[in-house]
Unconditional design. Sequence first.
Length: 184
Amino acid sequence: MKKKKPQILRTMTDIKVFLLYILDRVSYPMDDITMSYIIVENAPTFSLEYNEALLDLVESGHVHAERIEGKTYYIIEDLGRMVARELYDTLDAGLRERSEECAAKYISISERGGKVTGTITQEKNGRYLVDLEVTDAEGLLFSVRIARPSRAEAERVKENFEQRPNVVWRSLLFAATGKLDYLS
């Protein structure tokens, strides 16, 4: 099946809403290089207008920028979040979806300040329940419970999750949505 042609962001406002959408969905400081990758993969053309829009958003207090060790990091401010959430629906739904999938490829749970927890409890019937959860500054990202027949299997699940939470997160997104982009 052909991918739908990307929506053209016609105005500076469209570009700003698109940038705010990405920063809001990520919810942690994103460096300029990662931001560029997401823009290039989702916008039909990459131009200086994106940089201009980002600078305007910083100057207007919608986005905070900070330069650290040669990279500029951006994070959405409360003002940007409040204003942009009113305008998200003006963006094409496909563009929003593709942008979020793309961001998931570049963003690790640890980078977004995620807290990873795994616990094991034994049920009366002898099975072991493994509860896996990730939270970030915004709250719950995901929570899943898996039953395993032995303590050893439950420990393997918990250990794998704690060592590779991004893989588990992306796999869950794929399983829930059926979209292969989460796995790439």
